[in-house]
Design a binder for this molecule. Structure first.
Ligand SMILES: O=C(O)CCC(=O)C(=O)O
Ligand SMILES: [Fe+2]
Length: 286
C-alpha cells in the first residue's frame, strides 16, 4: 500500500489514501504530517478504526488533552470524547453540539489546541456538515495598511464572555466558580505566527465561546469597530470549505493554528443521528 495525498481543488483540504493508520510506519507518518502542515486539513476516508487506534493516531500528533466533562469520554478510552446527538439510550451519548459558531479549539485557554481530529461513527443522510475557514488566506488577503495596523496587536479573550448577558448562548451567568477559575482571561495575538511553518494567520474568532473582549490598549469603540471589520473579512465565503461527511469511517484532522471551524449541529433535527469520536491535542501559548 502506498500513501497518496491529493488536494481537493484549490482548497486547503487534502484527501489521503493508502495509509494504514493502525500500523503507521515512520515513513508514512512523515508523509502524513507534512501533508497536514502543507494543507491544514486532512480527510482520510474508508477507515475501520477501533477507538484505541484512533486515540493512538491522536497521540502520534501530540499530547492529547481531555474534555473537561468526563462523562462524555468514551467508556473504554478516556482520551476520546463522544460527540453525539443520540439519546436513544435514555441519556446523551456525548456532547450534542461542540460549537455551531466560528471558533478555534481552546483559543481562549492559556495553551490552545493544535490538532483536533474527528472520526465518523454514524452520519445522517443529510446535514451535520462541518465548515472551515482558512485564517492564513484571510490574513494574506488583507490590505497592506491593515496588516501593518494589526501586526503587533493583542486582544483579551475570556471564555463565554459577552457584552450581551441575556444571550442564552453565552452561559456566562451559569458558569460555576470552578469553571470560571479554570478559564481566566488570556491575551492573544491578532496575528498568529504558526510555530511549525512560520506562516501568519488571523487569530480572532467571532464565535461566542471565544469571548473576545477587546484589543489591548485601544478605546472600546475603535476596538469594536476593528474586530467587526476583521470578523466580516474572515467569514467571507471565499475563505471557506464546507465538509460533507458522507458516511461513517472518515478521519478528519485540522490545524487549529491556521483554520477556524463551525459545526452545524444546531440545525440538525433530532431524528438525524450523528455520532463521532473526537480528540484534541495540546498546543502552545500563542
Ligand atoms: O461537530 C462538528 O462538526 C465540529 C465540532 C467541533 O467544533 C469540535 O469538535 O471541535
Ligand atoms: Fe471545535
Amino acid at each position: 500500500m502506498s500513501i497518496t495525498v491529493e488536494r481537493l481543488g484549490s482548497s486547503f483540504v487534502a484527501e489521503v489514501h493508502g495509509v494504514d493508520i493502525e500500523n503507521l510506519s515512520d515513513a508514512d507518518w512523515t508523509v502524513l504530517h507534512r501533508a497536514y502542515l502543507e494543507n491544514k486539513i486532512l480527510v482520510i476516508p474508508d477507515q475501520d478504526l477501533s477507538v484505541h487506534a484512533f486515540a493512538a493516531l491522536g497521540a502520534r500528533f501530540g499530547e492529547v488533552v481531555r474534555h473537561p466533562v468526563a462523562k462524555f469520554a468514551h467508556p473504554d478510552e478516556p482520551d476520546v470524547m463522544m460527540l453525539s446527538n443520540d439519546t436513544s439510550y435514555g441519556k446523551p451519548v456525548g456532547v450534542k453540539d461542540a460549537g455551531s459558531f466560528w471558533h478555534s479549539d481552546r483559543s481562549y485557554m492559556q495553551r490552545t489546541s493544535n490538532e483536533t481530529m474527528l472520526y465518523s461513527v454514524e452520519i445522517p443522510d443529510e446535514g451535520g456538515d462541518t465548515y472551515f475557514a482558512d485564517l492564513e488566506a484571510a490574513y494574506e488577503d488583507l490590505p497592506d495598511a491593515t496588516k501593518r495596523r494589526i501586526g503587533g496587536l493583542r486582544y483579551i479573550s475570556h471564555y463565554r464572555w459577552t457584552k450581551d448577558r441575556d444571550d442564552p448562548e453565552s452561559r456566562w451567568s451559569f458558569m460555576t466558580p470552578e469553571e470560571r477559575a479554570n478559564t481566566p482571561p488570556t491575551d492573544r495575538p491578532v496575528v498568529r505566527i504558526h510555530p511549525e511553518t512560520g506562516r501568519k494567520a488571523l487569530f480572532v474568532f467571532p464565535g461566542i465561546t471565544t469571548g473576545v473582549k477587546g484589543i489591548v490598549g485601544m478605546e472600546e469603540a475603535e476596538s469594536d469597530a476593528l474586530l467587526e471589520d476583521l470578523y466580516g473579512h474572515l467569514t467571507q465565503d471565499k475563505f471557506q470549505y464546507r465538509f460533507k461527511w458522507g458516511g461513517p469511517g472518515t478521519v478528519l484532522i485540522w490545524d487549529n493554528r491556521c483554520v477556524m471551524h463551525k459545526a452545524t449541529t444546531k440545525q440538525l433535527s433530532a431524528d438525524k443521528i450523528r455520532t463521532l469520536y473526537r480528540i484534541s491535542t495540546l498546543g502552545g501559548v500563542p
